[in-house]
Design a protein around this ligand. Structure first.
Ligand SMILES: *Cc1c(COP(=O)(O)O)cnc(C)c1O
Length: 361
């Protein structure tokens, strides 16, 4: 068996030890005589799985007790609607910073439901930077302020949080959650699709300050109501049971094998620096975004020639470095180097890029 280095933006690599553990427990989860997939979500055994997933996430991310953790479905994309439906029940308005495709989607979905306002955008330079934000331009009466913390497609990230005063800051962290320590207290709500850094697709995690969980806007469907999910321990209906179980294994790996988020950050910084340093020294490949805003997780790069880009992606794939093709809207290449990508994977990719460069002088 040989495993490839998968640079996909998501779903993405999982730690090998997690996959092995899941395989070990596949047919008989801890003497229960069944797979986690087959188990009633109302059973004691399953309750202990979801409880430990939740308490591990609280511990690893240092989530204060006045925040609720919800395990939902529908992807981060459903949060583009759930956030306005639940958080904008007072003034009915929210501010948005447009830093890429996902931020744009969150904004256009909110516009269907509430008064959504664009505060700033980096569309003028194809989202290669994060715009300067002037708090004087923020709406002090907004129900929330939305950012996409790490821009998966363009490869930028916020380096400084906007000062929104008492307006709750809501962040889409789908592609950077668990990659480094963050101060949860600075956010009213954080959400993430799990398939980048937490586990398999099918699970969406919402971390929300408890005082923000109120009555939703009129007409909000039951399944789109945070309050319902909070009151029912994320079990109003059947939760994505197996995805939650894998997320629990990923959190155990982060805590026990890696040693927590501060350690994870060191590893991620090392991986990103290896690739960025090479891009900065290469005559063939170059990074596409402003250095200051470079993402630690998603690294887009180009050769300047579409044919050469295609040749590189093909050759890399044949050599076991897969999914390096850039997003269909951007072109070029993108290496997504989430938590589970080993240091060795990036080392080998850089070595491969150097060889490719030498052969194409
Ligand atoms: C992947 C991604 C999404 C979309 O997630 P789904 O779970 O597929 O809905 C949204 N926002 C960001 C930042 C992403 O990286």
């Amino acid at each position: 068996m040989s495993r490839v280095y998968n640079f996909s933006a998501g779903p993405s690599m999982l730690p090998e030890s997690v996959l092995r553990k899941a395989a070990e427990e596949m047919l008989d989860y801890q003497g229960s005589g069944q797979s986690v997939m087959e188990m009633s979500h109302r059973s004691k055994t399953y309750q202990s799985i979801i409880d430990s997933c939740s308490s591990l996430l609280r511990e690893v991310m240092d989530i204060p007790e006045d925040y609720e953790i919800l395990f939902l479905q529908g992807g981060a994309s459903s949060q583009f609607a759930m956030a306005p439906l639940n958080l904008a029940a007072k003034s009915g308005s929210a501010d948005f910073v447009i830093t890429g495709q996902w931020a744009k989607k969150a904004f256009s979905e909110a516009k269907k439901l509430i008064k959504a306002r664009e505060v700033a955008s980096s569309a003028d330079k194809t989202f290669t930077y994060i715009p300067e934000l002037d708090p004087a331009s923020f709406d002090p009466n907004a129900d929330y302020f939305h950012i996409c913390y790490n821009n998966t497609i363009y490869g930028t990230r916020f380096v400084e949080l906007p000062d929104t005063g008492s307006v709750p800051l809501v962040a889409d962290m789908s592609s950077c959650i668990l990659s480094e320590p963050i101060d949860v207290r600075k956010f009213g709500m954080i959400y993430a699709g799990a398939q980048k850094n937490m586990g398999p697709a099918g699970l969406t995690v919402v971390i929300i300050r408890k005082d923000l969980i109120g009555e939703p806007r009129e007409g909000t469907p039951t399944m789109f109501t945070y309050k319902i999910h909070a009151e029912n321990g994320s079990m109003y209906n059947t939760p994505p049971t197996y995805a939650i179980y894998i997320c629990k294994l990923v959190l155990e790996w982060l805590k026990n094998d890696i040693g927590g988020l501060a350690e994870m950050k060191k590893i991620n910084e090392k991986k990103a620096a290896m690739l960025y340093d090479y891009l900065d020294s290469s005559k063939l490949f170059k990074g596409t975004v402003e250095k200051k805003y470079r993402s630690m997780m998603n690294i887009p790069f180009v050769t300047g020639s579409e044919e050469l880009d295609a040749e590189f992606v093909k050759a890399a794939s044949a050599a076991g470095f897969v999914n390096l093709k850039g997003h269909r809207t951007v072109g070029g290449m993108r290496a997504s180097i989430y938590n589970a990508m080993p240091v060795e994977g990036v080392e080998k990719l850089v070595a491969f890029m150097k060889e490719f460069e030498a052969a194409h002088q």
